[in-house]
Design a protein around this ligand. Structure first.
Ligand code: ADP
Ligand code: MG
Length: 372
């Protein structure tokens, strides 16, 4: 720079904008998989199968038996801000789906090779389409980009290959493929716990035995026993608290009025008794069925346990909180990893109290036993 004046402001190229945006949503294979799992669940799938090669960097494939995608929607499927889930701003406060911004598939198509095979119940065959940078592309040079008919079951298969091939810094920031695979397995495990009626399968491509395989079970407690093992399973305590429940802050009758109360909430936890002690906390938090993180809620729970566990010992805690969709803002983080909801402090306190009471009941009986 020979002059000291300002540089001209220039408009970024569309494909650069999209690639930057994609980087905010897709951090690593596990974050792409989370989006895909949520899409399958939004499509009301009851069976979800995941196949992985090289920690998801080489291949990430997810097959579901959900509602499928209409052939006529395929041309705009991977465009940014195309969605079947949101129409108006006010819909945001009624959301019952995971997705709403129409950015996930678009993002994937900007950082990886992506193809889709999909079939709705009324289609007579499945359709296969290839995408790059938001648009349909021909599978081979000389062919047209239109979706091609093929054989397939009802539902959708999304195949993602060579993730971050065009963003080398992102690729080099990833850990080993075994670490990325562990993260993928962690996401699938958590969704499998929260959705016990859906069967999940996760395997390395080419391996005959899946690392994770669930069949529909009765409840979350059962799923935790299955997926996290006996030592956690045999110490699980079940805690339920709600705005209308015993000792609730709202001690009104359940009237029609109450059902429409935006401050209504309920929470369910499965957490280990003081007999279980791990070196690190395992904390699964779902808010309105969304897997999220909250350091404040985690801290509150840890502090409850610090009263009953020795120093350096930690519990397993699954916590699912449901609040009125009108009182939660899911649009605060690009990956929707965090959400903001009304009365968070009060609700957290009530949940902590509920867990505390359960634990104290437990440790009393334990102390009593030891005194015998
Ligand atoms: P969003 O989930 O925010 O709508 P996505 O980019 O994740 O955005 O998906 C775009 C659209 O593609 C969805 O709104 C949905 O209509 C369709 N879609 C994506 N995945 C699936 C799937 N597995 N089954 C059926 N439809 C899907
Ligand atoms: Mg989505």
């Amino acid at each position: 720079p020979t002059t000291s004046g300002p540089l001209p402001i220039q408009r970024l190229h569309e494909s650069l904008i999209n690639r930057i945006a994609a980087g905010e949503i897709i951090h690593r294979p596990a974050s792409a998989l989370k989006e895909l799992l949520e899409n399958s669940l939004d499509a009301r799938a009851t069976s979800i199968r995941v196949a992985i090669k090289d920690g998801g960097m080489k291949l990430l494939q997810i097959q579901d038996n959900g509602c499928g995608i209409r052939k006529s929607d395929l041309p705009i499927l991977a465009e940014r801000f195309t969605t079947s889930k949101l129409k108006t701003f006010s819909d945001l406060s009624r959301l019952t789906t995971y997705g709403f911004r129409g950015e996930a598939l678009a993002s994937v198509s900007h950082v990886a090779h992506m193809s889709v095979v999909t079939k709705t119940k009324t289609d007579s065959c499945a359709w296969k389409a290839y995408y790059s940078e938001g648009v349909l592309i021909p599978p081979k040079a000389g062919q047209t980009p239109d979706p091609k008919p093929c054989a397939g079951n009802d539902g959708t298969i999304i195949t993602i290959e060579d993730m971050f091939y065009n963003t080398p810094t992102r690729l080099s920031a990833l850990r080993s493929s075994s670490e990325e695979y562990a993260r993928i397995l962690d996401v699938v495990t958590k969704y499998a716990v929260h959705n016990p009626k859906v069967s999940f399968l996760c395997r390395k491509a080419g391996s005959p035995t899946p690392e994770l395989s669930t069949s529909p079970t009765s409840d979350v407690g059962q799923a935790i026993r299955l997926l996290y093992g006996h030592s956690i399973g045999k110490e699980l305590l079940h805690v339920e608290v709600s705005s209308t429940g015993a000792g609730g802050s709202h001690s009104r009758d359940t009237s029609a009025d109450d059902l429409d109360d935006p401050e209504r909430w309920s929470a369910e936890a499965y957490c280990t008794s003081p007999n279980y002690q791990a070196k690190k906390i395992v904390f699964l938090l779902f808010i309105n069925h969304r897997l999220v993180e909250s350091s404040s809620i985690k801290r509150a729970i840890e502090s409850v346990y610090s009263g009953v566990l020795p120093k350096g010992a930690f519990p397993f805690v699954y916590l699912s909180i449901e609040v009125d969709p009108r009182s939660v803002d899911v649009n605060v983080h690009p990956t929707k990893r965090e959400v903001i909801f009304l009365n968070e402090e009060v609700i957290t306190e009530r949940i902590s109290d509920g867990i505390q009471q359960k634990l104290v009941g437990q440790s009393h009986s334990r102390v009593f036993e030891y005194q015998e």
